[in-house]
Design a protein. Structure first.
Length: 633
């Protein structure tokens, strides 16, 4: 199957943002009748991988990702490349850029091969976004290692603080192995971070040298800051080598990959990392000591800062800055800082859940359901569930969430809670010190935020009801008409219609609609159909098309059906000519009718039996009976 638009989504953690962006893009495309396929880059790896045939057939590509998704597959295609949050908040805008052909062509004129040593930039984005995407690529690969290693160490500590020390009276052999395995995993944090930052910039050669440079950074004690600097340094050194070796004959490409890049890369990047290790180690240790002393001397200020950072963008770069710092301190044995970070990250989704409880009538059914789901998401340390609530009123909701997250972090530091695992939420309660106080701190922050958000939503709903009261008498007009007899008749169903082109079909539909008092202006309706076709074809599969238009010239909603004498070219999804046209005419301002009818007819045409009956129907009365039965079932 071919798709008009293809997309790739991915966030650093690969848990929530990735799939929220996928859902938002698919929903926006579905409402506009545009075919789309979304490839996700989550923690389980790539799902729904795009094939080369799908890439070649698509009009354009939407990349909504904060990690590397191998853009060089899309050379020569129109590409929109944005942060994953844009995919969640602005899916229609991204789709418009492809449909209207305003998106730039990616690396126009270059071959579809990703030369790892190429000096060409991987994307035409700002320098800051390029840096951010590469950093998050490293973080996303590092996090599973930190989580696994941290939990292993944490479990070992349940046997006693010194249970892994053979010289201690608390020594336990099982705890010793758990602690050792977890420690080895944690030691990989810096090399993996460094390697995948370099891989984002310089592909496979960057990955190889990045691991080696990352090991030098770890061995020399530069910490995660050394890993970050080493990753970027390695990536750009490999790009530089690619530029220098560009003049070599094509026959030596294999030699470049297996010999020149590794040898020269490790020589230059390795020596550079070795010589900057001393100052980097000092800076890293000074930062860790500063944060450690801050949590003891002024936990209120530290909690305030951590709470604001974690709730500011809920999984975005500011949130990740606090989170990555917490994981780095975990590797140094500091379990206090991460306790506050975790608490601050857990609060937002739980707060929105409380908001829907405190102000249930002010929220829609779907919002209340999302609020209940957020109790589960928050309990497992998935902050992103709060984003849909924050996106609707960011200037109000985000500050309220910051207040709750800060309260939770401050109380956590005052209670001196320790959380030795960097993720998991309430699942890791058995290994948390003072678990009851930690949950209490989180609930206190969530209840305060939830109350503030709920009260604001009540005020918004009350104001909306007041403004809409005068319109109550006309509200019924915009409700979908569920009785098919009100929008269809035998007189607007035509058999053996002769038309040679799509435009001729639209003209005859408009003439029929004008004849029966459905519209006031035929030309406007024909133009409405044509403009809709420019967005994407309404030709489905098996010879059926569902054109639709919403115009002021439509007096009442109607469905007009033509069975054509001969097939008409429609650019249908399966490439076949159209024999049955189901046209929908909707008055302007009643989009809910449009979506309702489109949805109902689409569901009806999912069944092969219905499609066969429609094609075999010989009289208008048979078609009307079929629709009356199916659409009111």
């Amino acid at each position: 199957m071919t798709y008009r638009i293809i997309a790739a989504t991915g966030c650093p953690t690969g848990i929530a943002h990735t799939f929220m962006a996928k859902e938002a893009l698919e929903e926006a495309a579905r409402k506009r009748g545009i075919s789309i396929k979304v490839e996700t880059h989550g923690q389980d790896g790539v799902q729904g991988a795009l094939t080369q045939a799908e890439i070649d057939a698509a009009d354009g590509v939407i990349i909504a990702a904060d990690k590397d998704v191998n853009r060089d597959r899309f050379i020569g295609k129109r590409v929109v490349n944005v942060a994953v949050s844009k995919g969640i908040k602005e899916p229609d805008k991204l789709i418009d850029a492809i449909v209207n052909q305003t998106a730039p062509i990616y690396k126009d004129g270059q071959p579809h091969t990703a030369s790892a040593g190429s000096s060409e930039p991987q994307q035409k984005d700002s320098i800051l976004r390029s840096i951010y995407v590469s950093l998050m690529n490293g973080v996303s690969h590092m996090l599973p290692i930190v989580v696994a290693g941290g939990v292993m160490i944490a479990i070992s500590l349940m046997f006693g603080i010194h249970s892994a020390d053979p010289e201690s009276s608390q020594y336990n052999e099982f705890a010793y192995y758990m602690n050792t395995i977890g420690g080895i995993a944690m030691n990989l944090m810096v090399p993996v971070l460094c390697a995948y930052i370099a891989e984002s910039i310089a592909k496979r050669p960057g990955l190889i040298i990045g691991f080696i440079v990352g090991m030098i950074a770890f061995t020399n004690g530069t910490g995660f800051l050394g890993g970050i600097i080493g990753g970027f340094m390695t990536g750009y050194i490999i790009l530089g080598l690619g530029y220098l070796f560009k003049a070599l004959p094509k026959q030596l490409d294999g030699l470049k990959s297996i010999f020149l890049f590794p040898v020269f890369g490790i020589f230059i990047a390795g020596f550079a990392m070795w010589f900057i290790s001393a100052p980097m180690g000092w800076i890293n240790q000074a930062m860790m000591d500063f944060l450690a002393s801050f949590q003891d001397s002024n936990p209120i200020v530290l909690g305030l800062v951590v709470g604001i950072m974690c709730a500011f963008d809920m999984g975005g770069p500011v949130n990740k800055a606090a989170y990555v710092t917490g994981t780095a301190l975990l590797s140094d044995g500091n379990f206090f800082f991460m306790a506050g970070v975790s608490a601050a990250c857990i609060v937002p989704p739980i707060a929105t859940g409380f908001a829907t409880l405190f102000a249930g009538k002010a929220y829609s059914t779907s919002e209340r359901s999302a609020g209940l789901v957020n109790f589960l998401l928050g309990s497992t340390h998935i902050t992103e569930g709060a984003i849909p609530f924050a996106a609707k009123k960011p200037l109000k909701v985000i500050p309220f969430l910051m207040i709750g997250s800060s309260i939770a972090a401050i109380l956590t530091y005052l209670f001196k809670v320790q959380v030795p695992a960097p993720h998991g939420g309430f699942i890791v309660l058995p290994i948390v010190t003072h678990p009851f106080l930690w949950v209490l701190a989180i609930l206190a922050g969530a209840v305060v935020s939830g109350f503030l958000i709920g009260m604001d939503q009540k005020r918004t709903a009350a104001k909306s009801n007041t403004e809409q009261a005068p319109l109550a008498e006309t509200a019924a007009v915009t409700e979908p008409v569920h009785d098919v007899s009100q929008i269809m008749s035998v007189d607007t169903i035509k058999i053996d219609v002769k038309a040679a082109t799509q435009t001729e079909v639209f003209q005859q539909i408009a003439a029929t609609a004008k004849q029966h008092g459905i519209i006031t202006d035929q030309a406007a309706i024909v133009d409405g159909f044509i403009q809709r076709e420019k967005e994407s074809t309404t030709g489905m599969e098996q010879g059926i098309a569902i054109p639709h238009t919403e115009r002021n010239e439509v007096q009442k909603p109607a469905i007009i059906i033509f069975k054509l004498a001969d097939g008409v070219e429609w650019k249908a999804l399966d490439g076949q000519p159209i024999k049955v046209v189901i046209a929908m005419l909707i008055p302007k301002g009643t989009a809910s009718n449009h979506l309702y009818y489109l949805s109902e007819v689409s569901k009806m045409l999912v069944h092969q039996e219905t499609i066969d009956q429609l094609h075999h129907a010989m009289k208008p009365e048979d078609i009307l009976t079929l629709f009356s039965t199916k659409l009111t079932a």
